[in-house]
Each structure stands twice: as structure tokens, then as C-alpha cells.
Design a protein around this ligand. Structure first.
Ligand SMILES: [Zn+2]
Length: 128
């Protein structure tokens, strides 16, 4: 776990990333270029560069946020939040604690999971 203060994070993250990753905010649906990203590559945490997803785990959910049916093992921790008045499973980076999104149970086989991830919390690197 990294031990950065909010002031430290403001140097690493832009204001929208800070709102999402440190204050559990959510970017506007459809605002991320990564929504339609279909190139082969890997998705990293914007806070600490941990490798979180590969393009093989991504699918088009139509939700307006980059969506994945699974992540690499042990890269996230989860907790239940009630920010919208009902229980949702929030997930955050196990390394830097940055909030990424929510997990829903309406994803495709084989996991049935949908990792609904803020695009601004991710860095995509194409595999050449
Ligand atoms: Zn991280």
C-alpha cells in the first residue's frame, strides 16, 4: 500500500482523476476514449501503474464506461458502498487504494461479472 497524502496525489492525478480515484467519484458516461478502445494491450492503474486488465478481458457493455468481465488476480479489493442509497460493490486498487468503479452481476460468461471502470482511472498501453 502506498502512503501518499491527498496533496501528493494532486501532483500525480489531474482534478478529474483525483475526484474519481480519491473521492470515489464517477466520470460522465461515454466520456472516456477507452470505451471504444479495441486494440490489443493492457490496462494499468492511473495512480500506481499496476497492471489490472488485458484487452482480452474487455467487452462492450453499452453502459458508457469501459467494462471488463474479469481482472488479473488480487489486483483489487472490494467494499460495499451505499452512495446511491443501495448496496453496490465498489472496487479499488489493492496497491494504491485508488477507486476504479463498481462490480455488477450482469456480465457475460464465463464470470457473469461486469467491472464497470472509470476510463480516467486507467492507462492503456497498446501491445505492439
Ligand atoms: Zn493503483
Amino acid at each position: 500500500m502506498e502512503n501518499k497524502t491527498n496533496k501528493d496525489w494532486m501532483k500525480v492525478l489531474d482534478p478529474e482523476q483525483f475526484m474519481i480515484m480519491r473521492e470515489e467519484g464517477t466520470e460522465r458516461a461515454g466520456s472516456s476514449d477507452l470505451n471504444s478502445e479495441k486494440k490489443r494491450g493492457f490496462y494499468y492503474c492511473a495512480g500506481c501503474e499496476s497492471k489490472l486488465f488485458s484487452s482480452d478481458m474487455k467487452y462492450d457493455s453499452g453502459s458508457g464506461w469501459p467494462s471488463f468481465f474479469k481482472s488479473y488476480p488480487n489486483v483489487f479489493e472490494t467494499k460495499t458502498d451505499h452512495l446511491l442509497g443501495y448496496a453496490r460493490t465498489e472496487y479499488h486498487c489493492a496497491h494504491c487504494d485508488g477507486h476504479h468503479g463498481h462490480i455488477f452481476d450482469d456480465g457475460p460468461e464465463p464470470t457473469g461479472k461486469r467491472y464497470c471502470n472509470n476510463g480516467k482511472a486507467l492507462k492503456f498501453k497498446e501491445e505492439k
